[in-house]
Design a binder for this molecule. Sequence first.
Ligand code: GAP
Length: 528
Amino acid sequence: MPEAAQQSPQQQPNVMESIVSLCKRRGFVYPASEIYGGLNGFWDYGPLGVLLKNNIRDHWWRNMVETPPLGPDGKVIDMVGIDTAIIQNPKTWIASGHVGGFSDPMVDDRETRARYRADQLAVYALEVVAADGSVRVDNEVLFAAPGEVGKTDNVELFEPHRKRVASIQKNNAGKEVRPVAVPNALQDEALRAKVIAPGASAPGTLTAPRAFNLMFKTHVGALEDNQSVTYLRPETAQGIFVNFKNVTDTARVRVPFGIGQIGKAFRNEINPRNFTFRSREFEQMEIEFFCRASESAQWYQYWRERRYRWYLDLGMKQANLHLREHEASELAHYAAGCADVEYDFPFGRSELEGIANRTDFDLRQHSQMSGKDLRYFDDQEPNEEARRFLPHVIEPSAGADRGTLAFLCDAFSEDEVGGEPRTVLKLHPRLAPIKAAVFPLVKKDGMPEKALEIYRSLKQRFNVYYDEKAAIGRRYRRQDEAGTPFCITVDGETLSAGSVTVRERDSCQQARIGVGELASYLGERLGA
Ligand code: GAP
């Protein structure tokens, strides 16, 4: 059956709302502790969501740790895995720089009690453009709106702003009134006093920006004093660095090699937003790849490309995926390079994963803080002086929740089948939570019994689902929304000739397959 012409998610209005609503309705993602009103920045994965996220994580683990891609020279690269504690000795976070520097600039609005990241609050004035092109800036009052500092595209007009525009327009008939960015306004006391915050009624309610450390603090042990303070890890990476010596001493790996880890990370984000995109509890999939300094540029290129390709291999549309090299000014002081894999989310282009050349910064810091020699010893290096060295590190760091959201956005599609609108998640079969659904065409004539028999046998190998409720068309739609790639229907011919129909989700094409061939048919298409 031919499909209707489709828009990409980015072209559809309110597509994010539709995705969030589908996630709730079908059990992908719920607000955490919803019955108590939820908790901003925390999310729970439902029965379909946990399967999708597990499939993404499992695929990453298998592709990166167990069967990694071949190295640039065609040789197998050494990769091992690790699973480290969420709470580490607090010195870990002093050495890594998180205690001293892992902060965002925060401003509070004294009137509305809202809190903002200063670097995500665009401040602008209004300028009046006459017919001859001359410009007059009206900077008696300034306005703040969520957005990129220094940019005025798509700024949201709050009520005082609208009133001001209307009043200027009234006094300047025929002239254009437009916003103009006022950079660094929040840092300057005199300018800040003129700013009307989002939702505020008067200027001057924003506080000066101050650094806000994003790590969640907790106490270990019975005494809640300064001695017992520790932190929930804000990244999984440091658990890898502090175990570098343990791994080289025990796992018989030789530089170059990588250590992969998947696990929870916690950041007390000032403004969690865009559904699961910026959460306070999330999961990372990180690799620290240790190599000689002289080879780090080559390994950096290698991992940039491999990680970008990983998303494409899982069916993400290339038009929505971008690899962006950071400007030198964006780099951390110790980094020799950084690239982001970015995705065109419905709310804009944003980071999905970062690949960084972290030099020997982390191992050096931990060596100094712990007093332990973390240099690698290469017993096969003929040059004695080059035998002991601190390896450099390439770090591909991906978010499992952000990846899940990107795959959901990429797969989300609305089209028409047989003149009826349908919502479908065109997930790669490997990622699909349910691999196939088994239906009896009708609930009589021995069809349910036969369908249940097929379901029982396939369930030994695949995550299949049985459904006999509602008309067959409705059952197809339910599975389309869940992203199920195949629907198997038992009909009259199944009983007489031993074959079923298999309907493919995206094309809606149906093929007749012998019952005995179903497992191999699915196995081939699911790569299982
Ligand atoms: N060890 C390096 C590191 O943590 P990062 O860019 O801060 O680098 C890596 O984080 C990835 O973790 C991001 O690309 C993103 O996918 C994910 N991530 C970071 N903060 C997140 C948040 N608040 N919510 C969801 N995912 C987040």
